[in-house]
Design a protein around this ligand. Structure first.
Ligand SMILES: NC(=O)C1=CN([C@@H]2O[C@H](COP(=O)(O)OP(=O)(O)OC[C@H]3O[C@@H](n4cnc5c(N)ncnc54)[C@H](O)[C@@H]3O)[C@@H](O)[C@H]2O)C=CC1
Ligand SMILES: C[N+](C)(C)CC(=O)CC(=O)[O-]
Length: 345
């Protein structure tokens, strides 16, 4: 079932011979100064996150009103961050907005890039960050989907460039997907993953490059089908959103799509689910083509769910899911709205 590693795009042929990645100047645990370059929706969210975790943060963004907007974003996020619990010494006062990119990164121990999702802009910016940041400092891009192999082509120090893909807002959604490019040093990937863990993130370190990484590929499948349905008059925007918030979204906050579907198989788990609903993969239930459910894929999914269950029985998982859904319903004020009238006498 192991799909061949996707061939690098023609764009990812390195234009420069990378210098071997110098070691990071400090351990992930010893980072105190973080630079955020690009301070819009996501970059601003990163600034708020790193400030709340007690770092000194420098930020640079070319927009004339960037500082005003950034400080407004941080101030708006701060009450939620106080609720979550701030690190010792955390303060918005530890933000410095610099006049130049070079100033922002000159003493940084980690750099998070969050400029617009435009490939040429990212290539030039990452090369500029590589030229300006202290030797060995890992530079991560917030890109939503570009492979680092396609972005790192102009950086002499490509070995220290990684993807660190967050979810909006980074100060609340814990996931960050980390993956290197063809020229990235494995040590930089490991350093970045460890740093994000230390900085309070939930890290998935991918073992291969794929455009869109993991969660965005899954989101994109749903997003594109939703757009088709609206375009074809099959569902309204409101129906699309309600179908998730009143349906699978309640479960997904507690349990991922794989284990959720294992429970669709009842006591038979994922094996029964695939036996029962496997043929539906050929039904026109989406415009996305399904893979062939061959023995290798079948066994990999069943085995993966058994491993994810980690000794919990189906009954344990059902109880866990039900507790979680009730908590989400309660937390989102929906338990009260549920119809109280029972069956007619
Ligand atoms: N918006 C979202 O939900 C998410 C976005 N991302 C990624 O984060 C990155 C930024 O996206 P957003 O924050 O949404 O965009 P945005 O448009 O809100 O912010 C981009 C910022 O970059 C600045 N900028 C423009 N040119 C620049 C340059 N050459 N160097 C540095 N900064 C520059 C702009 O002034 C702006 O403030 C993109 O790569 C995007 O794919 C990742 C996860 C989620
Ligand atoms: C819409 N988006 C592609 C920018 C979304 C992301 O990249 C991740 C997220 O926050 O959902």
């Amino acid at each position: 079932m192991n799909a061949a590693r996707p061939a690098p795009t023609a764009l990812s042929t390195p234009a420069v011979e990378p210098a071997p990645a110098a070691p990071a100047p400090c351990a992930p645990e010893d980072v105190r100064r973080v630079a955020c370059v690009g301070a819009g929706v996501i970059g601003g969210g990163w600034v708020a996150h790193f400030l709340a975790r007690g770092y000194d943060v420098t930020a640079w963004d070319p927009a004339p009103d960037a500082e005003q907007k950034l400080r407004r974003l941080v101030a708006a996020a701060w009450p939620a961050l106080e609720q979550l619990g701030l690190a010792e010494g955390a303060s918005p006062d530890r933000l410095t907005v610099t006049a130049t990119l070079e100033e922002a990164v000159s003493e940084a121990q980690f750099v998070q890039e969050s400029a617009p999702e435009k490939l040429e802009l990212k290539r030039d910016l990452l090369a500029r960050l590589d030229a300006a940041a202290p030797e060995g400092v890992v530079i991560a891009s917030s890109t939503s989907g570009y492979p680092m192999s396609d972005m790192q082509t102009r950086a002499a120090g490509a070995g220290r460039l990684v993807v660190g893909h967050p979810f909006n807002p980074p100060y609340l959604i814990p996931l960050v997907e980390v993956v290197g490019g063809e020229l990235t040093a494995p040590s930089a990937v490991g350093w970045a993953s460890r740093f994000y863990e230390v900085a309070g993130k939930s890290v998935i370190t991918m073992n291969r490059e794929v455009p869109g990484f993991i969660a965005n590929r899954l989101q994109e499948a749903l997003w594109r089908e939703a757009l088709h349905m609206v375009a074809n008059g099959e569902a309204t925007v409101a129906e699309i959103d309600a179908s998730i918030t009143e349906g699978p979204g309640l479960r997904w906050a507690c349990m991922g799509p794989m284990l959720t579907f294992a429970l669709a198989g009842g006591e038979g788990g994922m094996a029964h689910m695939l036996d029962h609903f496997g043929p539906s993969l050929k039904a026109p239930w989406t415009r996305l083509e399904a893979p062939e459910l061959d023995r290798e894929l079948y066994d990999a999914v069943v085995r993966g769910c058994d491993e994810a269950a980690d000794g919990r029985s189906i009954a344990d998982l059902v109880a866990e899911r039900d507790r979680g859904v009730i908590n989400v319903l309660r937390a989102t004020g929906r338990l009260a709205e549920r119809p109280t009238e029972g069956a007619a006498e």
